[in-house]
Each structure stands twice: as structure tokens, then as C-alpha cells.
Ligand binder design. Structure first.
Ligand code: ATP
Ligand code: MG
Length: 259
């Protein structure tokens, strides 16, 4: 990988870009994944490259949903593997559930490479290499899923997922948790809980919340879920972008006046 000096003002963003590029070189990320990363970077810039209060609310509700679930499932695609393989393994360990490799541009080789990477990072269980069912409403390669994983899950976490698949999973009656930097994407709008944040920050924060909330009685978790309003959280995320941009603009004006 290209060396990036820690002092670079865009260090975290450049490092993430490098990781996705490395994923493509290693063969577990698709070339389309590079474009998805670019779109994500743009929205990360707009939200201020930090976990905003709207995302904190969504992360808390997501943790409660995952803890309440009878059969929670965690989806991993090529970008997720490149950016946050270790973090997803830690989340799976905190919930004591497997991870499922689930690709938009599916190839058996890519599935195997991602599964190997997750195992190498310490995953106890990895599904997705032998899908045995299909999600209704999607064309075949994109519909493949596994029983005991995404197919019969009641709650599914889908980081960086396409809107169609999010919708198809929701149509099966599942509670879908999305991680997506774009609060306007179809994925964010179709999910039950939309975490508008970079996966690099969101997954460790989600794992921390799962650990923190795991001591609570179910009744308290149910209250957290009942009080959560995704529509409101998405509106708040858009407002945070607007506030951030206004602040940037004001600071820039101040600088010009004092120069
Ligand atoms: P939709 O179909 O839901 O409208 P899309 O098809 O337009 O979405 P894609 O480009 O296919 O979106 O998928 C990439 C999505 O993942 C984008 O919404 C992008 O903001 C988001 N994304 C990319 N990188 C990251 C990241 N590091 N963390 C979180 N989200 C990301
Ligand atoms: Mg899409």
C-alpha cells in the first residue's frame, strides 16, 4: 500500500481510499466498489467526517435491535471487507453470531477471498460460500442468501448496501439496519434504522453500544426501539449537513475579512 504521512490533513480519508484500492488489488473488492467509496467520501465531507448526534441515536437503536433479535445477521461485501473486516469480526464476536458474505457483483472467487479474510481476522463463523436460498424480488446472483444467516434472520445489518436489496430484505419482514453515509439514498430511506456515518467509525461505535446495552433488561431495550424514529433521524442527518456547511461558510468568510 502507498505510505500516507500521518500529518496529512486528509489522512483518515486517504487511508480508507488506499484500503479499498488494496481490496481491489487483492481481489475481494469490485472495481465498482471504488466508485461507491468515492460517493461515500463526498458525503463524509458533507457531514463533517465525524459521528453526528443523529448517527449516535441510530447506533443506539441498532444495538438494541440486534440484542433483541432472535436471529440477527451481519452482511459483509467487498467494500466492508476492505474497510472494516476486523471491526465486523469484533461486532460478530460481541453478538456471538456468524458473518455472511453477500455480494452485489457476486463471483465465487470473491466470496471465498472475503470469507478467508474474515477467518484470518478471527471470525468464528462465516456464511455465504454455500447459499441455499434466494431473497424474493431480486435477480438470481444478487438474491442468494443462506439459511441460518441473512435468509431467515429477523434483524439484518447491511453496511454499504444497494437500495434494491435493502428493500427486498425489508419486504421479507426483516428489520434492516443500514450503514450509509448518504441520508438520501434509497438504502437509508428503506431501512428501519439508518446509521448515517462512515463504516470506519460506525462499526466500532456499534460494538461498544452492544457491549454497553447487553446488561439491560429486554424491557429497556424495547423502550429504546419504540422511542426511535428513523424518519426524524434522517431529517436530523440532513440538517446536520446543512448546519456543517453553514459553519464552514461562515468560518471561511471570517478568514477572508481578517486576511
Ligand atoms: P441506493 O441504491 O441506495 O440509492 P446507490 O446505489 O446510489 O444507493 P451505491 O453507490 O451503490 O449507492 O453504494 C454506495 C453507498 O454506500 C453510497 O450511498 C455511499 O454513500 C455509501 N458508502 C460508501 N462508502 C462508505 C463508507 N465508507 N461508509 C459508509 N457508507 C459508505
Ligand atoms: Mg443502488
Amino acid at each position: 500500500m502507498t505510505e500516507i504521512p500521518k500529518s496529512h490533513p486528509r489522512y483518515a480519508s486517504l487511508l480508507a481510499r488506499e484500503r479499498v484500492a488494496e481490496g481491489v488489488r487483492q481481489g475481494y473488492t469490485s472495481t465498482q466498489g471504488l466508485i461507491a467509496q468515492g460517493r461515500g467520501e463526498c458525503f463524509d465531507y458533507l457531514i463533517g467526517e465525524k459521528t453526528n448526534p443523529s448517527a449516535e441515536k441510530a447506533i443506539r437503536a441498532a444495538a438494541a435491535l440486534l440484542l433483541l433479535a432472535e436471529r440477527p445477521a451481519l452482511s459483509v461485501n467487498g467494500n466492508v471487507a476492505a474497510l472494516a473486516a476486523e471491526e465486523m469480526v469484533a461486532l460478530a464476536a460481541a453478538l456471538a453470531i456468524p458473518l455472511e458474505v453477500n455480494l452485489f457483483h457476486r463471483s465465487e472467487e470473491r466470496v471465498r477471498k472475503i470469507a478467508d479474510l474474515l477467518r484470518q481476522k478471527g471470525a468464528a463463523g462465516v456464511l455465504g460460500e454455500k447459499p441455499d436460498s434466494v431473497v424474493p424480488g431480486l435477480e438470481h446472483a444478487r438474491a442468494l442468501a443462506t439459511r441460518g444467516g441473512i435468509y431467515d434472520a429477523d434483524v439484518v445489518l447491511i453496511p454499504l448496501e444497494d437500495g434494491d436489496r435493502c428493500e427486498a430484505l425489508a419486504a421479507m419482514g426483516k428489520k434492516v439496519i443500514a450503514i450509509d453515509l448518504n441520508p438520501l439514498s434509497r438504502t437509508a430511506r428503506k431501512a428501519a434504522v439508518s446509521i448515517v456515518d462512515n463504516i470506519l467509525r460506525a462499526v466500532p461505535a456499534l460494538t461498544e453500544q452492544v457491549r454497553k446495552l447487553s446488561d439491560l433488561p429486554r424491557s429497556d431495550l424495547l423502550i429504546i426501539v419504540a422511542q426511535y424514529d428513523n424518519e426524524k433521524v434522517l431529517r436530523q442527518a440532513v440538517q446536520e449537513i446543512s448546519d456543517h456547511l453553514q459553519r464552514q461558510f461562515r468560518e471561511e468568510n471570517c478568514r477572508q475579512h481578517t486576511d
